[in-house]
Design a protein around this ligand. Sequence first.
Ligand SMILES: *Cc1c(COP(=O)(O)O)cnc(C)c1O
Length: 351
Amino acid sequence: MSSLPRATVHLANIVANWRTLAALNPKTTTSAVVKANAYGLGAAQVAPALAKAGCDTFFVAYPEEGAVVREAIGPGPAIFVLNGPSHSTVELFRTHKLIAVLSSEAHVALWAETGGLPCALHFDTGMNRLGLPKSLLETASDALHALEPVMVMSHLACADEPGHTMNETQRAAFDAIAAAFPSVPASLANSAGCYLGRDYGYQLTRPGIALYGGSIPPARIKLAPAVTLEAEILSVFQAKAGETVGYGALFTAPSDMTLATVGLGYADGVLRSASNCFIGWLDGVPCPVAGRVSMDLTTIDVSKAQRSAKAGARVEFLGAHAKLEDQAARANTLGYELLTGLGPRVERLYP
Ligand SMILES: *Cc1c(COP(=O)(O)O)cnc(C)c1O
């Protein structure tokens, strides 16, 4: 075994989370969003595990990502490309049998000109990020129908705030769009949208982060951790009360304490904003980060775990103890950013 930081990816838990999401909307197709290398955990491993469990629809952001997923899962399942096509990527769509999600008038024009390749239409219902304006349904209805879209979709801006009025506004706007394509499957919900009730399910849901153990679901919904991130202790030492730790002398020992320095830093995805606030778990004992996270190293207070604190022992920074969204909140971020930020140096294991 190397002494590199290690991310053990729990494919069975990702499959279990997908089934948990599917059970929330039993009458719809539950797809899997595997963009950004399956949120950092490895699309070439995650997608086949889900396909084997019966998932037949996948979403990526780029056609290059789609090619990787196609190679991993074979010819059957549908792969949608959220960021759409360009002149230079049309061939990738053709070769790897990818479905273009069209979200601009330039996309629509390109696909009309290309002819015959499958597409979905993404309408903006208020997020103002990507999406065709609803007004096109009046001004270009024939052109849109001529593309014979296999899906119409939109994206929720505030699904993680169940009480936000935007959710209902977007749903109502999307109802009108779905009604304009009565025989085409419609899709609105991301992970948090799956928690808003079956009115938001339409024919297909698009969970991403929840598959990877993130998001903050209602208490009745339990998600399993998708990854355990661990790193080795390199050195254990004593600090006297009043001594400081690390760059900027940002932490001052309030009393004599035992510290351990671990081989994990911001190059591995432990954000600098985790300085003085992340927690590492050593043999189930929480050990707070002391001082600044540096590129390759982080120091933790192991005073309460002295017996386990030895060079070579592994400290958990994400996993069953270090829960993804709790750890993210400590660093003032979200699970999305922690997972997609896992650095290339972190060894991914798929036991
Ligand atoms: C990323 C993305 C999703 C998945 O969102 P999660 O919040 O990770 O569930 C769904 N739909 C679109 C359009 C996306 O960009």
